[in-house]
Structures are given as structure tokens and as C-alpha cells.
Design a protein around this ligand. Sequence first.
Ligand code: PGA
Length: 250
Amino acid sequence: MRKILIAGNWKMNRNVEESRSLAADIVAELGEIQSVDLLICPPYTSLDRVHGVIAGTSIQLGAQDMHWEKEGAYTGKVSAGMLQSVGVTSVILGHSEQRTYFHETDRTVNQKTVAALEAGLTPIVCVGETLEEREGGKMEGVIRTQVMEGLKGFSPSDLEKIVIAYEPVWAIGTGKTASPEQAQDVHAFIRGLLKELAGDVSDKIRILYGGSMKPDNAAGLLSKPDIDGGLIGGASLKAADFAGIARAAG
Ligand code: PGA
């Protein structure tokens, strides 16, 4: 059985004090919950403070990106080891905003995934098609390339440690959610790709849905057999909404 994972991606929102306060509200709402795994991914500047707030609870700390090198002359970047040193256990990689605005490619996603696994972090590898690609009949090709290139070269035992997030670009931050059936179709397709890469281990890999998941649509999405959790943007910035999604999952 794959345990549901509800992950909050705060993106470039909340300064240190605001992050402390949001994390404290989330702990008050969900600190005791055991039925689902919970992860929050604040901006880098808030990681250390938020780590202090969630210490001793079941809520885990994640980051939103990282560089693949361990250290060196890479102005503006942070490494997996640095993330680990502030208590991070998971890292989002290949988010569509990174792909669109910051030149992320399947190759850099692959390099980052290697580095994250080496450091003992759980990579959350994001894939998803644009509306144009979907309407042009290119969706499966796009997702196949993102999965196969992003995850190239990993053994089944490595793949077992990875989480995938399917985030249709047209649903991110738009209020348009994929229907549970639309999402399930793509999740099942991704599960098939994982089976090509990892055989039966594919049944153990969690595939999250992301894109305007809210308390009122979460239960429908999470009831589908291949939807194993959510990567939540906007609704993760309100403790009550994030908690509503986690409860819908539980
Ligand atoms: P959203 O973002 O929930 O605001 O659509 C999801 C994401 O980008 O991870």
C-alpha cells in the first residue's frame, strides 16, 4: 500500500516570520495526524526556522530546488548537503516554473535527482504538459520524454526512493483542476512508464497530483487508484486549507 503524501509548495511566498507563523498554524491543525505523510516546502530563507517549529511532529521539511554539485562557484545556488544540514528530507525537482522561467531541462532534472539520492534526500520529480501540448495530442509524448529522460540511469532500488508529481501546467495556479478521471488516466500512464523502468517496483512509487488541488476537490482526486497524494501550491499557504486537504486524504 502506498501511503498518501500531502506536500505544500510555498513557492516564493512568506518571509521568515510569516513562515514561522504559517508552520505553527499547520502544526496546530495537523501535528498529530498519522494517516497521511505531510511535507512542507518553504523558501530557502525560512527552512531553518520552520525546521525548529515542526521538530518533534510528523511533518517533514522539503526544499523547492537545489543544484547538482556539492559545492563551488555557483552563485545563488544551494546543494543537497546544505539542505540536509537544515533538516530537509525531500526536494522538489523539475517544477514547471523552473522549466519555464529558469531553463530547467530533463538533463538537469536527472543530474539533480542523482545528487539528491546520493545525499539521502527524496526527490519529488515534477512532470506535466501544457494546454497546447494536450490539445495538440502531444501529451503522452511529452510526459514519456520527461519521465524517461529525467529518470534515466536509475536502478529499481533508486527509483523506489523517488516520488513523481504529475502537474498539468494548465492547472497550476489557474483554479482549473484536472478532473479525477483525467488525472487518473495520466497517472496510470506514468505508472506504466515506471513499470518499463523499474518492473514491479513501480507499484511502490508514489505519484502525486498537483494543480489547483483544494479541500473541496481533494477527496475526488485522491480516491483514484493511482493518485497517491498532492503537491499543493496556493492552498498550502492557508493552514486551514492545507489541513482540509490532508483530512480529505485521511
Ligand atoms: P497550485 O500549485 O496548487 O497553486 O496550482 C501547484 C504547484 O505548482 O505545485
